[in-house]
Structures are given as structure tokens and as C-alpha cells.
Design a protein around this ligand. Structure first.
Ligand code: NAD
Ligand code: UDP
Length: 339
């Protein structure tokens, strides 16, 4: 089994993926600048899995850091999570997003090429589909991201597609995540957003734990079952296991592939709220507010290709996502405590 370089491995999805990689017997080296994460996440990954990993605190835009890693570690594949992910912030500061997500990735790819490491799993997102003409969303649907964040994801996909065209010895997985939620069942690692959360489920758990007063439900006049937005929420452990499968697939030298990582089921904002109320055993106050600009009505994955090609499918339902997210929030009301 090879050694995997995980960029952004201290982050939300990265830390859960490190647990599953270590548990599956892979050696792991993480590079993370800790800009949006905590070193404690790595310590807890090690305590959950009972195994150690190498943590390099540094930036993927720093050539010297990458040289040091590729020179000293026998890396054979990279899982690339590092980047910025806040849609609203990307509208306000587009250059910041293009610089980290696109330029940062180009430097990483140049270094991979230089050191002849040609296997990469890339964190893409369902936002590359924009507002889909129908659901469920298949991988072949038109791609029309409409905010700078989504565009950085599509641009990196395009760069990877061109790189593969130029040199077919690369193996490249483009993983398009739907809405990751939940936490490790130990309650030791989970999502720790800085400031007031933008995303639905961390907002709900912070209301439940008393840090925020009430949830604003953005719009109840969408053409959906109850008028609120519908999304494909996927347990972060399922997502992490999808990465382990992608790495296994890459070992078969498949060339370039692109898969949706979702459950294929759409839940509305109010259905999610109910599931969390059940998990927290308390009522969560909310009010209906106007639609949030840029939001779409419905987004959920067609999962057939992931099942057929990757032999992967999500195991956990919304109840388990809510239970684990709540378990993490109540045991760590202030996240890792060093925000
Ligand atoms: P996260 O912010 O928790 O993790 C990203 C990590 O990368 C953080 O630990 C951060 O400190 C680090 N980082 C950022 N820029 C870096 C740099 N230049 N050098 C080194 N480290 C750097 O985010 P996440 O939710 O775990 O998301 C991981 C990836 O998945 C991101 O690329 C994100 O765009 C993508 N994604 C996330 C979601 C989601 O809803 N969480 C959905 C689709 C795609
Ligand atoms: N949402 C909401 N209130 C919030 C945050 C989100 O009603 O405080 C809704 C949002 O309008 C969307 C869904 O929850 O319909 C998921 O939003 P999130 O930001 O979590 O993920 P997105 O799908 O936008 O990436």
C-alpha cells in the first residue's frame, strides 16, 4: 500500500478521509496551512485510528514545502482538498479564490509532474452543474457554475482534463461532492466553521446548542415538496470512504474519471430540521425568510455511475447524519476551541 499526500487534511472532509485511509492501511502525509482548521483535528485522527501520520504545516503555494515533501516522502498519490470554499466570500474576493484554488493547484500539479507522481483525486463540487435542467444530476449534464468558487472548481477540472490529454500516464479522479454533513461517530472530529456558519447543518446544531438564536429558512416558495430548498446531504464518513475507493480505483490505472458523490436522495430544509430536532431531542426555533441570492431549488445526484464504476454507494441516512453532527456539536460546543 502506498503513501498518500493529503492536502488540506486537517479540514472537515480531509480529517475524516485521513481516518479512513489510515484504517485501510495507507500511510498518510498531510500538508495544511491550518488557515481554516486546527492541529487538534490531526491529533484526534491519530487517536481514532490508533495510527500516526506525518503533518507538514505549510502552504501548497510554497514551492519549498512541496519540494521537501516530494523529495523526502515516497508519495504515490495525492488527494487534493486544500482550498477555499465559501461561495459568498468568493463573490466578494474572487482573486483570493482563483489564486488559492487555481494557482495553488497548478503549482501542486507542476511539482507532482516534476517528481513523477501522477495520481490525483480532486475535490470538486456539485456547484459545477449550476442550476440543473432536471434532477437527479448525471455526470454528463451541462456545466455552468455561476459563482467564482464554482468556477474555480470547474477550471481545475478543465486543467486536469487537459493535463490528462497531454499525458495519458496520469490517473485523475474528479469527485463532485454534494452536501457533506455529520461527523465521525466518536464525536472527536467534525465540522468547525469559523464565525457564523453559512451552511445549513452547522447553523442548526449551533442553534440547538444555544450559540445562535434561530435558524433562518431561506425561502419556502420553491417548486419543491414543501417549498424549501432540496439538497443531497451525504454523511462525511460515506464521502471519506468514497475517497478510499477512488484511491483503490486509481491503483487500477483508470486514466481520468469523474463521479458524483451523493446519496441520490433529496431532503428539504424543513425535513433536515425535523431530523435534527429528533436527534437533539429539542425544538429548534426557525423563521421563514426571503430566498438567499444564488440558491437553486433542487440538487441531488444520480448515483448510478458511482455504483457501477467506483463500486461505491452511501450507507448512512439523514438520521445518522443528524445524530453524529449533534454528538460532535454537543461534545465540542466551540469546535476544536482554537478558532
Ligand atoms: P475545509 O476548509 O475544512 O478544509 C480545507 C483545508 O485546506 C483546511 O484545513 C485549510 O486550512 C486548508 N488549506 C486551504 N488553503 C490551503 C493552502 N493554500 N495550503 C495548505 N492548506 C490549505 O473544507 P472542507 O469542507 O473539508 O472541503 C475540502 C475540499 O472539498 C475543498 O476543496 C472544498 O472546496 C471541497 N468541497 C467542499 C464541500 C463542502 O460543502 N464542505 C462541498 C464540495 C466540495
Ligand atoms: N439554508 C437555510 N438557512 C441557512 C443555511 C442554508 O435555509 O442558514 C438552505 C439553503 O437556502 C439551501 C440549503 O439550506 O436551500 C443548503 O444550503 P447550504 O448553504 O448548506 O449548502 P449549498 O447547497 O448552498 O451548498
Amino acid at each position: 500500500m502506498g503513501k498518500i499526500l493529503v492536502t488540506g487534511g486537517a479540514g472537515y472532509i480531509g480529517s475524516h478521509t485521513c481516518v479512513e485511509l489510515l484504517s485501510s492501511g495507507y500511510e498518510v502525509v498531510v500538508v495544511d496551512n491550518l488557515e481554516n482548521s486546527s492541529k487538534k483535528a490531526i491529533e484526534r485522527v491519530e487517536s481514532i485510528s490508533g495510527k500516526n501520520l506525518d503533518l507538514v504545516i505549510g502552504d501548497i503555494r510554497d514551492e519549498k514545502i512541496l519540494d521537501k515533501i516530494f523529495m523526502n516522502q515516497m508519495v504515490d498519490s495525492v488527494i487534493h482538498f486544500a482550498g477555499y470554499k465559501a461561495v459568498g466570500e468568493s463573490v466578494e474576493f474572487p482573486l483570493k479564490y482563483y489564486e488559492n484554488n487555481v494557482s495553488g493547484t497548478i503549482l501542486l500539479l507542476e511539482k507532482m509532474k516534476e517528481y513523477n507522481v501522477k495520481n490525483i483525486v480532486f475535490s470538486s463540487s456539485a456547484t459545477v452543474y449550476g442550476d440543473p435542467h432536471e434532477v437527479p444530476i448525471k455526470e454528463g449534464f451541462p456545466l455552468k457554475p455561476y459563482n467564482p468558487y464554482g468556477k474555480t472548481k470547474r477550471m481545475v477540472e478543465m486543467i486536469l482534463e487537459d493535463l490528462y490529454e497531454s499525458d495519458k500516464s496520469w490517473n485523475i479522479a474528479l469527485l463532485r461532492y454534494f452536501n457533506p454533513v455529520g461527523a465521525h461517530e466518536s464525536g472527536l472530529i467534525g465540522e468547525d466553521p469559523r464565525g457564523i456558519p453559512n451552511n445549513l447543518t452547522p447553523y442548526i446544531t449551533q442553534v440547538a446548542v444555544g450559540k445562535l438564536k434561530k435558524l433562518s429558512v431561506f425561502g419556502n416558495d420553491y417548486p419543491t415538496k414543501d417549498g424549501t430548498g432540496v439538497r443531497d446531504f451525504i454523511h462525511v464518513k460515506d464521502l471519506a470512504l468514497g475517497h478510499v475507493r477512488a484511491i483503490e480505483k486509481i491503483m487500477e490505472k483508470p486514466g481520468l474519471f469523474c463521479v458524483n458523490l451523493g446519496t441520490g436522495k433529496g431532503y428539504s430544509v424543513l425535513e433536515v430540521l425535523k431530523a435534527f430536532e429528533k436527534a437533539c431531542k429539542k425544538e429548534i426555533p426557525y423563521s421563514i425568510e426571503p430566498r438567499r441570492p444564488g440558491d437553486i431549488a433542487k440538487c441531488y445526484a444520480d448515483t448510478n455511475y458511482a455504483k457501477e464504476f467506483l463500486k461505491w454507494e452511501a450507507m448512512f441516512g439523514i438520521e445518522k447524519m443528524a445524530e453524529d453532527a449533534w454528538n460532535w456539536q454537543k461534545n465540542n460546543p466551540d469546535g476544536y476551541g482554537d478558532n
